[in-house]
Design a protein around this ligand. Structure first.
Ligand code: GLV
Ligand code: MN
Ligand code: MN
Ligand code: MN
Length: 403
């Protein structure tokens, strides 16, 4: 069986980010396109029939393409300066599991067995177009196709333009009931993104649920001006209001059990050292198991933002960019995964995943693989070689048991 470690080794230089550290592989960047080509070549080398659907999801078929198949996969795009495993671990483990199934003489699509497909979803991180899990949201119809088409990246390219540049039809982006019907069950294997498995002293877990999460954009408008000639008393500086919004987010979430609030991205416009910004765009990520609490946390931060902006002579607007409720995985499938992996504990996920989007439409489940640093969305994200290689065998066990 080809090792997950050697598959990942082959892409270890793709999309390396020398300035941030780690990898920057935004969807449809040269790096992500290289990874997609790598995946297609690896799948074809295994005799799988590969096609890319109307939404840019790659499907690699072991057995004939048919409804109600068993599907596994993940994503190849990354956050800016991300780790090597978030996404690629699930894709490489799926390829290695295909080898393992073949070595075991298991033949999907034959002798009464369902077909197996390996999928790669585009823009899981939402780091280029702002909405995470865009591929699975399009497939399921969870996002309106026009909204997706009009999403813009930092350079002003629309998702429709980028899709068209990559061989897709902009008009055909959107809900794909035939594609969705191909998936009878979906399994995503993923690096764990926290310390859960370190604390449980286990190499693998079965996912229980995905924490509800959303993204909001604050636009704070003030008066652009000269840093040297404008007295402190004469300013309407949106960066000052932004600083207070960041502190509000931290305080409001810290006061609410289980809430998480993050400002990881902020854009002063025009952005000069000696320029008081005229406008600041600031993105807020809020998560909580209770969706009503998430809404209340955002509302509270918004209230404090309005006061902070007014005190600074600025105005502020808030736009919701995406919202995903807390999602439980299919209980029957989770029980089946636990039967196949009896030593694996159940772990909830603080991170979002395509499997979580699909879970609202069909039986989906996830396996988490131990991360010895407990750190993710960072170059320090890690997986031990032995865990990476046993991940593929575990995935093969699960796929074989479900086929
Ligand atoms: C995606 O990884 C997310 O949970 O933000
Ligand atoms: Mn991921
Ligand atoms: Mn991620
Ligand atoms: Mn994710």
């Amino acid at each position: 069986m080809s090792k997950v470690t050697s598959l990942l080794g082959a892409i270890s230089e793709v999309g390396r980010d020398a300035s941030r550290g780690g990898y920057s592989r935004p969807v449809y960047s040269t790096a992500e396109l290289d990874l997609r080509s790598w995946f297609i070549a690896e799948a074809e080398r295994r005799g799988l029939a590969v096609n890319t659907d109307r939404n840019g999801i790659i499907w690699a078929w072991y057995g004939p393409e048919q409804d109600d198949s068993l599907v596994t996969g993940s994503h190849l795009d990354s956050v800016p300066g991300g780790g090597a495993f978030d996404g690629p671990l699930g894709v490489a483990a799926a390829l290695a599991a295909v080898d393992e199934l073949r070595a075991r003489g298991v033949e999907p699509g034959r002798n009464g067995k369902r077909s197996l497909a390996v999928t790669v979803f585009p823009e899981e991180e939402g780091s280029r177009f702002g909405i995470a899990c865009l591929g699975s949201r399009l497939l399921t119809g969870a996002i309106d196709a026009d909204k997706a088409r009009n999403l813009k990246d930092a350079e002003g390219n629309s998702f429709a333009e980028l899709s068209a540049r990559n061989g897709l039809s902009a008009e055909r982006l959107g809900a794909d009931p035939e594609g969705l019907a191909r998936i009878g069950q979906f399994i995503e294997l993923h690096v764990e993104q926290g310390r859960g498995l370190i604390e449980l002293d286990s190499p693998v877990a079965v996912a229980g649920s995905i924490l509800g999460h959303g993204r909001w954009k604050f636009t704070i408008s003030g008066q652009g001006n000269h840093a040297g000639t404008t007295l402190m008393t004469d300013r309407a500086d949106p960066m000052v209001a932004a600083a207070q919004i960041i502190l509000s987010a931290q305080k409001v979430a810290a006061a609410q059990s289980e809430a998480r609030a993050t400002v990881g991205r902020l854009q002063p416009i025009p952005g000069g050292t000696n320029v008081i910004a005229s406008r600041v765009e600031l993105w807020l990520d809020v998560r909580h198991p209770d969706d009503a609490v998430t809404a209340a946390v955002v509302q509270k931060i918004h209230g404090q933002a309005q006061i902070a902006a007014a005190n600074e002579g600025c105005t502020v607007t808030l736009t919701e960019e995406s919202l995903s409720p807390t999602t439980g995985f299919d209980q029957g499938l989770a029980a089946e995964l636990q039967r196949l992996l009896p030593a694996a504990p159940v772990l909830d996920s603080g991170a979002g995943h395509d499997a979580g989007i699909l879970a609202s439409y069909l039986p989906a489940g996830m396996l988490f693989i131990r991360n010895p640093t407990g750190i993710s969305h960072s170059p320090e994200e890690a997986v031990e070689d032995r865990d990476a290689d046993s991940a593929a065998a575990l995935l093969a066990d699960v796929l074989q048991g479900l086929l």
